[in-house]
Ligand binder design. Structure first.
Ligand SMILES: Cc1cc2nc3c(=O)[nH]c(=O)nc-3n(C[C@H](O)[C@H](O)[C@H](O)COP(=O)(O)OP(=O)(O)OC[C@H]3O[C@@H](n4cnc5c(N)ncnc54)[C@H](O)[C@@H]3O)c2cc1C
Length: 427
């Protein structure tokens, strides 16, 4: 078994595909009685050994779909294994949508919220903030529900919980009426974008940009509500996504791998290939992009006000050490929240993500970038690479002990442990 990028491989003792809530409960109770361990997987799009176990691996691939729709309140309950791609279409049929999404829609909803997955936009928190209620089966085999009103402490822990509290069987999402978005992709200058960053994130619904190592060009992506303008999806949208962003880029990745001394040139060519693109379509079909070139990734959350300084230090470090990296660095913004383990806990944040082609060594580059993120109070994305130890967490997560309290109550015997999580959370 391996994860999406292929950096983690493991052999679970068995893989279970339950089809009903009762099946899941029986597996949990049996495992608890037998003193075994369980890790739950979504679609293995995380880059950390969160799901590694030699014992039972639980997949909810056969536990997907709609449970309930409350049209008056725009609340939709889905099974934990539901993939975001399916969710988008299900919501659309109900005249609803998620208020914000990330770059891809391959993940499961439970996996998405469990690592604090996010999109971009100053008015929006991580996707975990869209959750109104969670149902899970804890390590004692009990079915538990929580929300803002019902067991709030558990809810704040369960909104981002890395699968440590139990198996999330249902997620109720606070949705919004279906909407359309206008996407503008542009090639711009780094200097302009950095100078106007505050204005852009305030003036647009969703704004993000990618800067390329060794280039002064950036790729900006701007999304705004499309009201009273017709759909616009052309062959050129498909061409840019399939051919330029994926196929051509894949060729360049292989070239840079074979001829590492030409990496800087490849970065500049990649930057200059970014075309200006416009697309108008239903929101869930605009957020989701194709990621066919595999990479490894480190992403950190830093306080929003530190963003400019962090980018400047990153670029200086890349130039100084001549890291052989040509993948662009992604810059997004997220509204602060009150979730115990959320990287955006109590601060409006910038998220900065570094990628390295999956066949190349990422270590020296990630190490140097992580040092910069950490110097600015960075908190890692839980699903992406980082080297934090347990001793680092207390200062970064003021509600860590509150999370641990819930973890002990939900899983007193460590049914959902694995060595990686023990090292991080149990010492
Ligand atoms: C190409 C690519 C693009 C990405 N884009 C973004 C992005 O735009 N924004 C962003 O923030 N992140 C992004 N990510 C990261 C990704 O969203 C997270 O790693 C996410 O957690 C993956 O979801 P998954 O369903 O694959 O879960 P997995 O990776 O399989 O699992 C993640 C965690 O969730 C737990 N889990 C899964 N299902 C359950 C359940 N039913 N009950 C309890 N725990 C469960 C697992 O135990 C594990 O701890 C991207 C990753 C890739 C590879």
């Amino acid at each position: 078994m391996e994860n999406w990028s292929g950096n983690i491989t493991w052999e679970p003792g068995e893989v279970a595909y339950p089809e009903t809530e009762e099946d899941i409960q029986n597996i949990v109770i049996q495992a608890a009685n037998d003193g075994r361990k369980i890790r739950t997987i979504g679609t293995r799009h995380s880059f950390n050994p969160l799901f590694v176990t030699e014992d039972i691996l639980l997949s909810l691939d056969n536990y997907q779909g709609l449970v309930e729709v409350d049209k008056q309140a725009n609340l939709v309950t889905v099974k934990g294994g539901t993939k975001l791609s399916e969710l988008g279409e299900l919501l659309f049929l109900q005249g609803l949508a998620m208020e914000n999404q990330g770059d891809i829609d391959a993940q499961s909803i439970a996996g998405t919220i469990s690592t604090g997955t996010h999109g971009t936009g100053l008015a929006f928190g991580t996707i975990s903030t869209q959750v109104a209620r969670i149902k899970l089966i804890n390590g004692k085999g009990e079915i538990v529900t929580c929300s803002e009103e019902e067991d709030r402490d558990l809810f704040k822990a369960a909104q981002v919980s890395l699968g440590m509290l139990g198996v999330i069987t249902e997620v109720t999402l606070r949705c919004v009426p279906a909407y359309r978005l206008e996407l503008q992709n542009r090639q711009e200058s780094l200097e302009d974008v950095l100078n106007e960053f505050d204005a852009r994130i305030n003036a647009n619904r969703n704004f993000e940009f990618y800067f390329f190592p060794y280039s002064k060009k950036v790729w900006t992506k701007t999304l705004n509500l499309a009201v009273d303008i017709p759909h616009k999806v052309t062959w050129f949208n498909d061409f840019t996504e399939n051919v330029l962003e994926n196929r051509m880029f894949s060729v360049l990745c292989e070239y840079a791998r074979r001829f590492p001394s030409r990496t800087a040139r490849v970065a500049r060519i990649s930057a200059s290939m970014i075309p200006n693109v416009r697309k108008v379509y239903q929101s869930h079909r605009v957020y989701a992009t194709k990621r066919l070139v595999r990479f490894n990734e480190m992403e950190y959350n830093v306080p929003l006000e530190a963003h400019g300084a962090v980018v400047s230090e990153m670029r200086k470090a890349i130039d100084k050490h001549r890291f052989r990296v040509h993948f662009p660095v992604e810059n997004r913004v997220v509204k602060g929240d009150d979730i115990y383990l959320s990287p955006a806990y109590e601060r409006d944040s910038a998220y900065i993500a570094c990628h390295v082609y999956h066949k190349k060594d990422y270590q020296p580059y990630f190490e140097a970038m992580e040092e910069i993120f950490r110097d600015h109070g960075g908190r890692p994305h839980w699903g992406k690479m980082h080297t934090l130890k347990q001793s680092d967490l207390a200062d970064l997560y003021p509600r860590l002990e509150d999370f641990r309290k819930q973890q002990k109550a939900m899983d007193p015997n460590g049914l959902f442990d694995n060595p990686y999580l023990n090292l991080l959370f149990k010492g």
